[in-house]
Ligand binder design. Structure first.
Ligand code: 2PG
Ligand code: MG
Length: 416
């Protein structure tokens, strides 16, 4: 495949922060592939450097020094496929610190251009790159309450409290997500401060939020059909000597005990980033204990979507964020490292998203158990819900099973 033209563009994410979009055209092709990179409000410290944060908008980005490097490396270059293209990006990044925003936008633009070139859908292209057919249709992690740094930094609380619809079909799960969300809006009434990124609710503790959620599920007749999960995002709660949480500071052991109690009391089946990535012993002690009550520990900032960091032991599953990995190939590598270690996978959006919906295709392609796409509000998130509704028409998804309702059903069983 001969790369004819590449263009970088500064666009806005859902928080109106500048990020990178790329267009890429292959020789003999009408049209181009396009990709963009989402933005985290405060990336974990193991995450690859994000980029130059130039603030350049529109064509300004295509005229700067980064774009000159990209143009001279890519224009007129012939590559055999995604792997070779991503290797070129990786080498450029290592030498010139392009940043994951530039490399991911280009990598996704290439994937879409290559798919177009082969008259394929993006999903088919990604499945081809992954090397095995999709094996299940992921379950949604639907944000209900935002806290921690997502609630503008003040609250020492979990970053997300989420619901997990457990229906037989994805369409049914989306209907459930809509029902829970409107039930929550109804229940919160005036207490709802912002519906734009989930809900920011002043003065409510985590237990109260979980209890409120349970009441909404009860009222909507959904109690048995929806699981509950949290993203502790503990790296952002860590202070000298422990973790800040709801007015106190808890040492690792105390924080682990508190999390286990919360998980038991509220029937949580999903706990993401319970500790700081460096708090290694705490992860190793906590994971089997949470597993014993039928819940799963997921590593986000722990693994930072880096295949070299993925290992069995500290967690049951790996969160995959393409913007952490930096390219499509690096994301697929992290997914296959997870499979080889017998770990499950979860694909995730970022707190600042664009209209790019490739994470949906990716989650299906790698056979992820879950995908985190936020609550069913706001254009960038609805775009992902709609992408799934279209993907369901793909023959590749016909007859595929859903992941097991009880995580323990196939814990420690390699997923591929
Ligand atoms: C997370 C993500 C997505 P951020 O921690 O899982 O909600 O947040 O993009 O801010 O890292
Ligand atoms: Mg997280």
């Amino acid at each position: 495949m001969l790369i004819e033209r590449v263009r970088l563009r500064g666009v806005l994410d859902s928080r109106a922060h500048p990020t990178v979009e790329a267009d890429l055209q292959l020789a003999g092709q009408e049209g181009h592939g396009r990709g963009s990179c989402p933005v985290a409000i405060a990336p974990g410290r193991r995450e690859r450097r994000r980029g130059l944060r130039t603030g350049a908008l529109g064509a300004e980005l295509d005229q700067g020094a980064t774009a000159r490097l990209v143009h001279s490396a890519l224009h007129g270059r012939r590559v055999s496929g995604q792997r070779e293209f991503d290797a070129v990006l990786r080498a450029l990044d290592d030498e010139h610190a392009l940043g994951a925003d530039v490399t991911l936008a280009l990598s996704l633009a290439f994937a879409r251009a290559a798919a177009l070139h082969g008259r394929l859908h993006l999903l088919d292209w990604l499945v081809g790159q992954n090397g095995s057919p999709p094996r299940q249709v992921p379950r949604l992690l639907v944000n209900a309450f935002s806290g921690g740094i997502h609630a503008r930094g003040a609250a020492a609380s979990f970053q997300q409290i989420m619901t997990i619809p457990l229906g037989e079909s994805l369409a049914e799960d989306i209907r459930t997500a809509l029902s829970v969300h409107s039930g929550l809006e109804e229940a919160l009434g005036d207490a709802r401060l912002s519906a734009s990124s989930g809900f920011l609710v002043g003065g409510r503790s985590t237990s109260e939020q979980l209890a409120l959620l349970a009441a909404v599920l009860e009222r909507r007749g959904l109690r048995g059909g929806v699981g509950l999960g949290v993203d502790v995002a503990a790296e952002h709660l860590a202070v000298d000597g422990g973790y800040r949480f709801e007015g106190g500071v808890h040492d690792s052991a105390g924080f682990g005990a508190l999390l286990l109690r919360l998980a038991g009391d509220h029937g949580l089946s999903y706990v993401e980033d319970p500790f700081d990535p460096a708090d290694t012993d705490a992860w190793h002690t906590f994971t089997p204990r949470l597993g014993a009550i039928g819940a799963r520990v997921v590593g986000d900032d722990l693994f930072a979507s880096d295949a070299r960091r993925v290992e069995a032991g500290p967690a049951h599953a790996v969160l995959l964020k393409p913007s952490q990995a930096g390219t499509v190939s690096a994301t697929l590598d992290a997914a296959s490292a997870a499979a080889s270690a017998g770990l499950r996978t979860v694909v995730s959006h970022r707190s600042g998203e664009t209209e790019d919906t490739s994470i949906c295709d990716l989650a299906v392609a790698v056979g992820a158990d879950h995908i985190k796409i936020g609550g069913p509000r706001r254009g960038d998130r609805i775009a992902k819900y709609n992408r799934f509704l279209r993907l369901l028409e793909s023959p590749l998804l016909a007859g595929l099973p859903r992941p097991p309702v009880h995580p323990e059903e196939n814990q420690h069983v390699p997923c591929q």
